[in-house]
Design a protein around this ligand. Structure first.
Ligand SMILES: Cc1cc2nc3c(=O)[nH]c(=O)nc-3n(C[C@H](O)[C@H](O)[C@H](O)COP(=O)(O)OP(=O)(O)OC[C@H]3O[C@@H](n4cnc5c(N)ncnc54)[C@H](O)[C@@H]3O)c2cc1C
Length: 490
């Protein structure tokens, strides 16, 4: 602790971080590594949503489901995994992966990097000032010499449906922490959280019904073939998928949830999960004291400084700035913002150029994302639709993954597809999507190609090993080389 002030309830640090999720932890770590004093204020568990109610428990639930689906396609192994999963063992493993909802390990890590922790609810209280209310009801006033970083993340957004509270719906929190498998589960939504949780609970034994408002398929922000493939596999696993299905009302009677759809149809289940988006946790962080509106997303520049607040002291990093709601991308922003805070504190120049040390350029060019369903979906950069909307001159190259030696080795009856988007004016890859079992670990190759703007001509020299699924790169490059090109009239 840096006790510059004499009153015990007032403390001064170089950097004050509000929210100790993965992103807040990394901002504080980078500040401390640069020799600045730093404190995190956390009102719940250090480690945030990711460690206890999102990434970690959800992937622990999905891994056995996906591994079994893969193993069922391996001759000689298929019979050994024909039976149901041991749900109790999976849930126990999930509990371990969520550290039993205890944060001692992360607290010990924070101590080891020299960052202080204050438990409590933090609110901005004007320029470079943060007021904390501890669980004991005490007040602590923190002053930041250099920066305050708001890293408060997001919560689940629920629709405004009459009687919803009384139904006790699941949000992502209950979907990742439930200690029993519901017999019937309705999943409302068709995005990443919806498809991952539908895959997990269907695989664990629930009968899942997905209610998707749009007609455009699952994973609407991705290439259409990705959502189609996930939908096919969910149906084959026994899930009921309904598109154009809008929930009009919900009620719980005798332990059952009765869902009425806008077209008058009904669905009955034991639990209902709303995976209908995220909302920023900014309602009660004192935004009004710095001229901002409570409840809004915090808009930032490419260096994660909040726009509309003068003085280079207020940063918003991670989910709360709505740039890319992913742990790895928030931690990337934290490294960038942490370095910028340190540079400004030392009076050094800040490099705000694209791809500079203090610019989160990848947020707008190369955000990698894996959907851990069966099959996996892995994407980075632009989709074909996005490229078209930006008016770029691109070539879209597809390859059927089932035509690779690597996928034949991976499993019998492999289905999947890959797409590469080439910017014709730059001669580089600006987007890639892989959809198929085992493609998640392929993604970083695409991220490096997009981020590094590697010329297509040089990618020819990156030789994929035989027989891996990575050979799809070769096939995509061959298709690109052999694409029909318009012949000029002589
Ligand atoms: C079901 C699900 C699965 C996901 N899976 C993945 C995945 O596989 N990979 C991936 O990259 N991303 C995944 N995500 C997204 C990921 O969880 C978030 O991007 C990540 O948690 C954001 O980190 P953060 O630090 O910005 O916010 P959070 O993790 O939300 O942490 C914010 C912290 O701030 C604290 N806080 C809030 N307000 C205050 C206050 N006023 N005072 C003090 N403390 C406060 C909160 O208690 C919390 O600890 C998933 C999300 C969900 C919902």
């Amino acid at each position: 602790m840096d006790t510059t002030d004499t009153q015990p309830a007032r403390r001064t640090y170089d950097v004050v971080v509000i929210g100790g999720g993965p992103v807040g932890e990394n901002v504080a770590d980078r500040a401390a590594a640069a020799g600045l004093s730093a404190v995190i204020v956390e009102r719940d568990l250090l480690g945030g949503e990711c460690s206890y109610w999102a990434c970690e428990p959800s992937k622990a639930l999905l891994r056995p489901v996906v591994a079994r689906a893969d193993a069922q396609r391996v001759p000689g192994l298929d019979h050994a995994v024909a039976g149901p999963l041991d749900a109790a063992a999976v849930l126990a493993h999930r509990d371990a992966m969520a550290a039993y909802w205890k944060d001692e390990d992360q607290v010990a890590w924070l101590e080891s990097v020299g960052v202080d922790l204050i438990r409590g609810h933090a609110r901005l209280a004007g320029t470079r000032t943060v007021a904390v209310r501890t669980p004991e009801g005490d007040g602590v006033e923190l002053t930041a010499r250099h920066a305050v970083a708001v890293c408060t993340g997001t919560g689940a957004a629920l629709p405004d449906l009459p009687g919803l509270d009384a139904v006790r719906p699941w949000t992502s929190r209950e979907a990742t922490t439930a200690d029993a498998v519901p017999g019937r589960l309705v999943v409302v939504g068709g995005g990443v959280v919806a498809v991952e949780m539908a895959t997990a609970w269907q695989g664990l034994g629930s009968r899942v019904t997905m209610l998707v408002r749009g007609e455009g398929g699952l994973l609407p922000r991705m290439e259409p073939f990705a959502g189609d493939l996930v939908a096919d596999h969910l149906r084959e696993a026994g899930a009921d998928l309904r598109f154009g299905a809008s929930v009009a009302s919900v009620a719980r009677t005798d332990g059952e949830v009765r869902v009425t759809l806008a077209d008058g149809d009904h669905v009955v289940a034991d639990e209902i999960l709303f995976a209908t988006g995220r909302t920023p946790r900014t309602r009660d962080v004192g935004l009004e004291t710095v001229g901002l509106t409570p409840g809004d997303w915090l808009h930032v520049d490419d260096g994660c400084r909040v726009t509309g607040v003068a003085g280079d002291w207020l940063y918003a990093v991670g989910d709360v700035n709505n740039r890319a709601l992913l742990t790895h991308q928030g931690k990337y922003q934290a490294r960038i913002a942490g370095a910028a805070i340190a540079a400004r504190a030392r009076g050094e120049a800040v490099d705000g150029t694209p791809w500079g040390a203090h610019t989160a350029t990848a947020d707008t060019v190369a955000v990698p994302q894996v959907v851990f369903t069966h099959p996996e979906i892995a994407t980075v950069g632009l989709t074909a639709g996005e490229a078209e909307r930006t008016g770029r001159r691109v070539t879209v190259v597809d390859h059927d993954l089932s035509r690779l030696a690597g996928t034949h080795q991976y499993g019998v009856g492999y289905r999947g597809r890959a797409r590469m988007i080439v910017d014709e004016d730059r001669g580089t890859v600006v987007g890639a999507t892989f959809a198929g079992p085992g493609v998640a670990e392929l993604l970083h190759s695409a991220t490096v190609a997009v981020t590094g703007a590697t010329p297509i001509d040089r990618l020819w020299h990156a030789v994929p090993a035989f027989p891996t699924i990575s050979e799809v790169w070769l096939r995509l490059l061959e298709s690109y080389r052999d694409r029909p090109v318009p012949v000029k009239a002589g």
